[in-house]
Design a protein around this ligand. Structure first.
Ligand SMILES: [Cu+2]
Length: 306
């Protein structure tokens, strides 16, 4: 039996822990972890301007609209139940048309959809447009005309979905490697601080505050996968024989996890994505280490996530 109070205390402890972690982050050193947490009810903490837009769109607009609609429908139901039940209203009206109310219940939903659509198209356009250095992005202010400047891509990575792992390639740097989930025993030995079912042997390593162009495809002999990292706000299909494009700009160092998000077979749940965002200097050193000594040398240089 789960005790109600211990659940609440655990929740409070987590909230305090999260607050403490927030404080620790400002003091640097502490690597941010982009992953779902126990008891989480909100979206993951955004780590890119795109996820900030998505979060603002959800928290500041959609949540209010849906709450208002739910309360309105609830109020209407209560009125109907109280005023028009057989006892309170024994002889019902025979009215079958009312032009005013018919116009209202057509126009109001249209207006609601327009209010949602306008910022939605802005967020969608931002997601679909790789920065060129001059275009402005919405960021967390989805009702602005865009006030976030982002640099043109400084790095291109090619991601290939395989049954059942991801392969990463840095076409301009002559680097490519496979990334497999760590089993429980491997994780305990190699990366005990990282979460179960999300830790991988070789992270996708990228520099912080750099626009990364991501080319996504799938093994030609395989099936469709989907490359998704929630805290980056990216999710795009990996289709055999076709290259899709997305991009992200990580604002803070840390490790951000995602999972394959298209049912792809028996190990669909076991092909996680781990993106390690590091400083430019660390990234440059990692590139050199991998080019000289392979992915093991790169992993040794980065060390475990602290
Ligand atoms: Cu998959």
């Amino acid at each position: 039996m789960i005790d109600k109070f211990s659940v609440r205390n655990a929740f409070l402890a987590r909230a305090l822990g999260a607050a403490a972690a927030g404080l620790a982050t400002t003091g640097a050193a502490f690597a941010e972890v982009g992953a779902a947490t126990e008891g989480q009810i909100h979206l993951q903490e955004p780590a890119t301007p795109i996820m900030e837009s998505i979060t603002a769109f959800h928290n500041n607009l959609l949540l209010w609209v849906i709450t208002a609609i739910v309360l309105l429908v609830l109020a209407l139901l209560i009125v109907v139940m109280l005023r028009f039940n057989a006892r309170a209203n024994p002889t019902p009206s025979k009215t079958s048309h009312n032009s005013v109310i018919e116009v209202v219940w057509t126009v109001v939903p249209i207006l609601v959809l327009v209010v949602i659509a306008v910022p939605s198209f802005g967020v969608l356009a931002d997601q679909q447009t790789v920065p060129d250095g001059s275009r402005k992005y919405l960021g967390s202010n989805i009702f602005s005309y865009g006030d976030v400047s982002l640099p043109a891509p400084g790095l291109t990575v090619k991601v290939t979905g395989v049954q059942w792992n991801w392969s990463y390639e840095y076409p301009d740097l002559d680097i490519s490697f496979d990334s497999f989930m760590l089993s429980d025993s491997e994780r305990a030995a190699q990366k005990p601080s990282e979460p179960r079912l999300l830790a991988v042997d070789n992270d996708l390593v990228v520099p912080v505050e750099t626009t990364v162009r991501v080319l996504v495809t799938a093994d030609p002999t395989g099936v469709i996968h989907s490359f998704a990292v929630p805290s980056f706000g990216i999710k795009i299909d990996a289709v055999p024989g076709r290259t899709n494009e997305t991009w992200f700009y990580a604002e803070r160092e840390g490790i951000y996890y995602g999972q394959c998000s298209e049912l792809c077979g028996k190990d669909h749940a076991f092909m996680p994505i781990a993106v390690r965002v590091v400083s430019q200097d660390t990234y440059d050193a990692w590139v050199k280490a991998v080019q000289d000594g392979g992915t093991d040398a790169g992993a040794a240089l980065l060390g475990p996530v602290s």
